[in-house]
Ligand binder design. Structure first.
Ligand SMILES: Nc1ncnc2c1ncn2[C@@H]1O[C@H](COP(=O)(O)OP(=O)(O)O)[C@@H](O)[C@H]1O
Ligand SMILES: [Mg+2]
Length: 311
């Protein structure tokens, strides 16, 4: 029954009962009511209000519950749905609300997927330009310097050697940035090698020691899923280096049943996992794209990021 009719019926029933009681009961109200009459009237009114309140409460309580639960639906942790009451006006409200959340989540996950795909394509393009254009030009400069060094007078040798060194450093930087933007080794040599080069880079640029464990015989992953695993590992390692103050980090890739599990654990200072930043949100969104589960656990003795994806 629609809420409007339900409230109308309840109020109508209470008023009818009150009217009947007035008609049947041996009471009368004088032109100038005396105290005893006012007391009877007051009592009747009280009864009416209480009955009305009790009846309306059972009808409206589900609405309050739904409104409370609506406020707790968190777009960062999708998949949560309200349980519809078996009947009553709350049921339609819950079903309608759940359908709306379905649509919003679908729309959100589609636009996230599009955004991440666009981001990857853009990174790919920049990495290629860095590697192919700037990298090639620096290589040409490097070769030219080498030849010039051979023919130049002796007093220029040191200067040219120093120039060649900084050009080589620049070239290394360009290659490193290109590799971070788009791990070419992921496409060429697969996830295990890409993670190896990631931990290698990490060890070079961080004071923490890093241990890498890749279980043998992992089931193959699609290239999209491999990219998700790689990006989550990259962000988790970056966080460990940037925020954790850790002395040791361990990255492991194992399997549980037919699922592949990535774990990045540090022994750093930990943080409150309810306070997400863009990095953690990005990890969650990527995990969702790969139909995986991401859990972050943290305590004052360390943080573990765990990603489980279907093979
Ligand atoms: N491994 C970690 N150890 C300690 N703190 C962390 C760790 N990872 C994340 N954090 C905390 O969580 C915050 C959010 O991280 P993140 O979402 O990656 O954003 P960002 O790295 O851009 O700050 C960080 O600013 C940091 O305070
Ligand atoms: Mg981060």
């Amino acid at each position: 029954m629609r809420l409007y009719w339900r409230v109308l019926v309840i109020n109508g029933a209470v008023l009818t009962a009150a009217t009947l009681a007035l008609v049947v009961a041996p009471v009368s109200v004088s032109r100038h009511p005396v105290v005893s009459e006012a007391a009877v009237l007051g009592f009747g009114l009280f009864l009416m209000v209480v009955t009305n309140a009790l009846l309306l409460r059972s009808s409206l309580a589900p609405l309050d519950r739904v409104v409370r639960e609506m406020a707790s639906v968190d777009p960062q942790r999708p998949g949560r749905r309200l349980k519809p009451p078996d009947s009553g006006p709350g049921r339609d409200l819950v079903l309608g609300f759940n359908a709306m959340v379905d649509r919003l989540e679908e729309e959100r996950s589609m636009s996230n997927a599009k955004q991440l795909a666009a981001q990857e394509a853009e990174r790919h393009r920049i990495a290629r330009e860095l590697h192919d254009d700037i990298g090639q030009q620096l290589t040409v400069v490097l070769l030219g310097l080498k030849q010039a060094e051979q023919r130049a007078p002796a007093e220029l040798a040191d200067e040219l050697a120093a120039l060649r060194e900084s050009t080589r450093d620049g070239l290394d930087d360009v290659r490193r940035v290109a590799r971070q933007l788009r791990p070419g080794v992921l496409d060429d040599l697969g996830l295990a090698s890409a993670l190896a080069s990631l931990t290698h880079d990490f060890a070079e640029h961080s004071s923490a020691s890093v241990r890498r464990v890749v279980a043998p015989g992992l089931p193959p992953l699609s290239s999209d899923t491999e990219l998700v695993v790689y990006r989550v590992a990259q962000e988790a390692l970056t966080n460990a280096a940037r925020h954790a103050g850790a002395s040791a980090v361990e990255l492991s890739l194992t399997k549980v049943g037919d699922r592949v599990v990535l774990e990045v654990a540090d022994d750093g200072r930990g943080f409150d996992v309810r306070r997400d930043g863009a990095g953690l949100r990005g990890m969650r969104e990527r995990a969702r794209l790969a139909a995986g589960d991401l859990t972050v656990t943290s305590s004052p003795v360390g943080t573990t990021v765990r990603l489980e994806v279907p093979a």
